[in-house]
Design a protein around this ligand. Structure first.
Ligand code: AMP
Ligand code: MG
Length: 303
């Protein structure tokens, strides 16, 4: 596909309709939020989510925050206990992200959660992001709208500087009110855990329950089985994830966006297959392939 010409449109009803069309077509769109500009895509469409990573040139897959209109919708995606619900009622819409256990069959692509059993959810307050959520009618996965390694954008011009020519549309909603990423709190049973500091006052979170601040690093899913990389054929006892010319029991596809979209589903599938080991075909180390290889190397590293 030719690189898209990046359009910048001021926030308006027509601009949101245009953005919603792109979202429905599986394309990422840069959107203002009250924290920073986000690169939003349909969270239920794995290839759309893979295009976020492709556009950012991110060399790794981190779990992404899913944006929805309200707590009711959020409760279809994740399981909220009393503490999580109290925090949501207090701070949503607003710059608080809650990590909760994911509901099975919530329709969210596994690339969004990077294969984890938890999901990060936020209800944004910014009118442009809310308008897009309404118009698109689906949950939106959105990391910051900057190329990998660049700082988070707080103006449409920052987005254009770093992602121009890589995404079709930026909605300009003026400068972001907060300018820093959302506070992230995990409510997954036991004490609340602070995963990232942000605009929300932590005293206000502590009012709901004791909060711990562990290493602040999200854990990552990796299969329990040993993994062998750069495999051209399966050895006895291996289930092979194929790519390109290498066929396998599970075929990642013949292009990197599709392979990224399928990666976590297939790792889970391979992990629960009867074969005791997993082999993976060579994946070109270019574009989003670098993120796939980063994830595979971590999964294959001795533990
Ligand atoms: P960004 O989308 O760039 O603001 O980054 C999202 C942040 O949320 C990252 O720091 C992730 O590690 C964190 N995050 C997203 N999902 C989860 C999850 N399921 N568990 C823990 N942390 C998460
Ligand atoms: Mg970021």
């Amino acid at each position: 596909m030719a690189p898209p010409e990046t359009q910048i449109l001021n926030f308006s009803d027509e601009a949101i309709e245009k953005a919603a069309e792109l979202i429905r077509a599986g394309q990422p769109v840069a959107m203002p939020t009250e924290t920073v500009y986000g690169l939003a895509a349909d969270a239920t469409n794995a290839e759309a989510v893979a295009r976020i990573y492709a556009a950012k040139g991110r060399p790794s897959f981190n779990p992404l925050i899913v944006h929805v209109l309200d707590l009711d919708t959020a409760e279809h995606l994740g399981e909220f206990d009393d503490q999580a619900r109290a925090l949501a009622n207090e701070h949503w819409p607003g710059p608080l992200t809650l990590v909760v256990p994911a509901r099975e069959d919530n329709g969210i692509a596994s690339l969004v959660t990077a294969g984890l059993e938890t999901i990060a959810i936020r209800v944004p307050a910014h009118p442009a992001m809310r308008a897009l959520l309404k118009a698109a009618g689906r949950p939106l996965a959105a990391p910051s709208a900057n190329a990998s390694g660049r700082i988070s954008p707080t103006r449409a011009a920052h987005v254009a500087d770093s992602l121009g020519g890589r995404i079709p549309l930026v909605i300009d909603g003026g400068p972001c009110e907060q300018g820093i990423e959302s506070t992230i709190v995990a409510a997954t049973g036991g004490p609340l855990r602070l995963l990232r500091r942000g605009p929300i006052d932590i005293d206000a979170v502590e009012a709901v329950g004791a909060i711990e601040a562990p290493g602040m690093m999200a854990s990552h899913y990796a299969p329990a089985k040993p993994i062998r990389l750069d495999a051209k054929v399966a050895e006895p006892g291996e289930i092979l994830l194929g790519y390109g010319p290498v066929a396998g029991e599970l075929y990642l596809g013949d292009n990197l966006v599709t392979a990224a979209a399928r990666l976590f589903d297939f790792m889970h599938e391979a992990d629960s297959a009867p074969e005791p080991r997993i082999a993976v075909a060579p994946i070109p180390d270019e574009g989003i392939g670098a993120a796939i290889n980063d994830r595979l190397r971590r999964a294959a590293a001795p533990r």
